[in-house]
Design a protein around this ligand. Structure first.
Ligand code: SF4
Ligand code: SF4
Length: 101
């Protein structure tokens, strides 16, 4: 369940690739995206993202990227239960090495 926790994902939309079909805004269960005045998708409630991956998977133009936030981007109150936000695993690796001496 931790992978689908709120507030631990960074949602990036590449406006040049977005054709404004609205799929992401219509089907995001957390209503993270909206279409702006130019008809492009914009992230308006990133903190609500539950990292379900729907938008990234269904955007016909591959204009959305959902990634785990790095530790420093996550508010202190929502860090509990987090294992490792680093995509490379380097933070955890370094910690393990230090602990082992
Ligand atoms: S699904 Fe992709 S192309 Fe469609 S509005 Fe969202 S970002 Fe734009
Ligand atoms: S990953 Fe899921 S919750 Fe997050 S923005 Fe995409 S569709 Fe919405």
């Amino acid at each position: 369940m931790s992978a689908k926790s709120k507030g631990k994902s960074r949602v990036t939309i590449f406006p040049d690739w977005c054709k404004g079909c609205g799929i992401c805004a219509a089907f995001c269960p957390a209503k993270v995206m909206e279409l702006n005045d130019q008809g492009k998708a914009v992230v308006v409630r990133e903190e609500e993202c539950i990292n379900c991956g729907f938008c990234e998977l269904h955007c016909p133009d591959f204009a959305i990227m959902v990634q785990p936030k790095v530790d420093s981007e996550i508010p202190a109150g929502s860090k509990s239960g987090q294992v490792n936000a680093s995509p490379t695993g380097s933070v955890e690796s370094e910690k393990s090495i230090k602990e082992k001496g």
